[in-house]
Design a protein around this ligand. Structure first.
Ligand code: PLP
Length: 364
């Protein structure tokens, strides 16, 4: 059907832009000899994951055990939960899943190692295990060097676990807008990963994988020769947050195109300069800043509650008519995706595909 017949709010994907993004990151990985393990926390969709694997990704990351279940059910054979997993219920689900696919997780405490080992032994499976180091983001992760070596030694001795290497993801660096500052911080994080890798090698523990990176810093983790896996997510879709991140010339990063939109209808025209849309905070995330109208400047987004938002126009002649449909660029792609059951894939103004967001709401 033509796009303008799609009912709203709907989550639409510009397939040409999406495929260009897929291609650009795959080409970067090939050029620098670094594997891609893209993050499914962004798309939560096994169809999209399969497309990434078809372009050469060695597997996927997830942040949650239940997301990993959805990806394995969707045919992904190698899934890394790039997050600490606590408690026997989740770990036993993961250990059970490891009988169907290659599964791994990351740790930053001996108790997680003991619990993961017990779960793997109980289910007679094997879990890959990586040590997360704190590269500077001060979220999870042990300090680089000796604390990481201590955990790696414990993993190597734990039944049912396979020591795989390091997670060195620097979340806080991803959205540093200034390129030089982002580079400086990113290189500091990479150096911490390198020093930890060397300390591990001294005690005979080889890192099969050193992974990390997001869309804001992949160019450094991907080209300095330390990392061999990039766990980038947002590059596929992009959002207002990433359009604020600047390249070396001080321009918004331009290698990835905006492919994800919330499609919305003008449901009321209560003032000459204002259109009210049917996409409130239940249809488009505002956690990282407001969405933006696609293709039009001089328009302010005004939050209108759960089911509405307003677009306030400087030029009243530009205000769309009642019933018109518009595209919003989400402030933040991941939480917006989590609000929908389907991606509506669009090319040349027509709907071409429907992809189920199978891990929507997979929070466990
Ligand atoms: C551990 C981890 N790796 C990778 C990513 C992907 O980052 P991005 O979506 O910025 O590419 C995230 C995003 O939050 C993350 O938490």
């Amino acid at each position: 059907m033509p796009l303008d017949q799609v009912d709203t709010p709907a989550l639409i994907v510009d397939l040409d832009a999406f495929e260009a993004n897929l291609e650009t990151m795959a080409a970067f990985g090939k050029k620098h000899g670094v594997n891609l393990r893209p993050h499914a926390k962004t798309h939560k969709c096994a169809v999209v994951g399969q497309k990434q694997v078809a372009k050469g990704a060695i597997g996927l990351c997830t942040q949650k055990v239940s997301e990993a279940e959805a990806m394995v059910q969707g045919g992904i054979a190698d899934v890394y939960v790039s997050n600490e997993v606590m408690g026997p219920r989740k770990l036993e689900r993961l250990a059970a899943l490891a009988r169907e696919a290659k599964l791994s997780l990351c740790v930053d405490h001996p108790d997680q190692i003991a619990q993961a080992s017990a779960a793997a032994v109980k289910f007679k499976s094997e879990l890959g295990c990586r040590v997360e180091i704190n590269t500077g983001g001060n979220r999870c992760g042990v300090e680089p060097g000796e604390p990481a070596v201590d955990l790696a030694k414990r993993i190597a001795k734990a039944p049912g676990l396979r020591f795989e290497g390091l997670q060195a993801y620097f979340g806080r660096a991803q959205h540093i807008e200034d390129w030089a500052e982002r580079k400086t911080q990113s290189l500091e994080g990479i150096d911490k990963a390198k020093r930890t890798q060397e300390a591990l090698a001294k005690v005979g523990l080889a890192c099969t994988y050193i992974g990390g990176a997001g869309t804001g810093t992949y160019e450094w983790e991907g080209s300095t020769g330390v990392y061999n896996e990039l766990q980038v997510g947002s590059y596929l879709f992009m959002d207002v947050g990433y359009h604020k991140v600047l390249d070396a010339k001080g321009k918004p990063m331009s290698e990835f195109r905006q492919s994800l939109f919330v499609y919305s209808t003008v449901m009321s025209r209560p003032a000459s300069n204002r259109a009210v849309l049917d996409a409130g905070v239940k249809a488009c995330s505002v956690d990282a800043g407001p969405p933006r109208l696609w293709g039009e400047d001089d328009v302010d987004y005004v939050r209108g509650g759960d089911e509405h938002c307003s677009l306030v126009y400087k030029n009243p002649n530009r205000v769309p008519a009642l019933g018109d449909k518009v595209k919003l660029v989400p402030g933040h792609c991941d939480p917006t995706v989590n609000m929908y059951d389907w991606y509506v894939g669009v090319r040349g103004g027509r709907v071409e595909s429907l992809w189920p967001i199978v891990a929507r709401g997979a929070l466990l």
